[in-house]
Design a protein around this ligand. Structure first.
Ligand code: COA
Length: 191
């Protein structure tokens, strides 16, 4: 019920259409597609997103889908990124929402064989526009490994500003990663 304080009903069922993609809440029927996307991109994803290594079967993803559905009902935005033929290209979310600050955090991934097509940028522009409007966000933050120029470029294309670096913000195995913090305010989103 995080966003009840804004006087808005929850928006958990909203489907967002872009020029080439459809962003919709995941259902349990999507679990096999989700597993295939992660399993086939495991190394590609886990380099940046350590959780990808720990996804070992459908049961893990049923837990994930359940969590996304609950959080959608609490005013966050978790959406599968689908191509018109129904193939799952990735996932994107605005989470860690703090109603008192009208803020949230953007996270995303695209399966390896669909990367490099502009999908992350297209999906982020649409989800952010919806978040600023329907969730009444004022600021969205994103954290990116300092050696992940692809993700930084996605954010820059959407209008984010690089605001600084958090040292050792993420641990991956024995490795500590520095992460740059990016922020975009309402009105700054680049179409
Ligand atoms: C990061 C990720 C989501 C990007 O998805 P994508 O759909 O390929 O991104 P887009 O195609 O929208 O944009 C990528 C941009 O990065 C640029 N790019 C790619 N490699 C680059 C590099 N080594 N240096 C600089 N820019 C680079 C592309 O040219 C493109 O910019 P352009 O349109 O100006 O040419 C995807 O690579 C991914 O899921 N990676 C693994 C997980 C991850 O890093 N998630 C983000 C965590 S913060």
């Amino acid at each position: 019920m995080a966003f009840m304080s804004f006087g808005l009903p929850s928006r958990e069922d909203v489907v967002i259409h872009t020029e080439r993609l459809l962003l919709r809440p995941l259902t349990f029927a999507d679990v096999p597609l989700l597993f295939d996307a992660i399993d086939s991109s495991r190394q590609f994803l886990s380099r940046r997103l350590p959780w990808a290594e720990s996804v070992r079967g459908h049961a893990d993803l049923r837990v994930f889908v359940d969590k996304c559905q609950r959080r959608n009902g609490e005013g966050e935005a978790h959406r599968g990124i689908f191509e018109p033929d129904g193939r799952l290209a990735g996932h994107m979310s605005i989470e860690e929402c703090v109603p008192a600050r009208r803020s949230g955090e953007l996270g995303y991934w695209i399966r390896e064989d669909r990367a490099g097509k502009g999908y992350a940028t297209e999906a982020a522009r649409a989800l952010l526009a919806w978040g600023f409007r329907q969730l009444e966000l004022h600021r969205v933050t994103a954290y990116v490994d300092t050696d992940n120029p692809t993700s930084a470029r996605v954010l820059e294309k959407c209008g984010f500003t690089r605001e600084g670096v958090f040292r050792h913000r993420m641990q991956a195995g024995d490795d500590w990663r520095d992460q740059a913090v990016f922020g975009v305010l309402e009105g700054e989103l680049k179409a």
